[in-house]
Design a protein around this ligand. Sequence first.
Ligand code: HEM
Length: 146
Amino acid sequence: MFPIRPAVQREPLHASITAEQISTLVDTFYSRIRAHPRLGPIFAARVGDDWTPHLDKMKSFWRSVLLKTGEYKGKPVPTHFAMKEVEPEDFRIWLDLFRTTALEIFDDPEAARLAHAQAKRIAQSLWMAMFATPFDRTPDYLTENG
Ligand code: HEM
């Protein structure tokens, strides 16, 4: 007999990725975001002085994405849709910082590449929800070539 439902796929995106690396990735990435002249003030205005809850939430988000733990239950689209101060090009900055940080933190460059590709895919859906009109072409920095 076949099972009624296929088993949920819980394989990590890449075998070398650990929860500890994700924690370091998130801490390092957001320390760079906070120091960035354009993105820093956007986050400061929304996150406030205590970054611990945001960092904890983002660690659980990235464990869900990269290790498939299923623990993050939030809804990032409405959260970002409400941020009218964000501009399309801000996503380029965000993704560049993420790529640099992932390449530093993960031992295997393939793990960094996969993590960045996932970030780009999610960025694309956030970007579409925030900015897209039927006439837009998706910018290069959000596509596979970017
Ligand atoms: C320019 C790009 C971006 C900006 C300025 C931005 C900004 C923010 C800010 C300020 C928050 C905190 C909101 C709050 O607590 O009130 C947040 C939350 C979050 N962001 Fe972004 N973000 C960006 C791109 C991304 C991307 C590309 C991803 C995923 C790959 C992402 C994933 C998340 C998630 C999961 C949350 C938590 C949402 C929740 O459950 O409350 N963000 N973002």
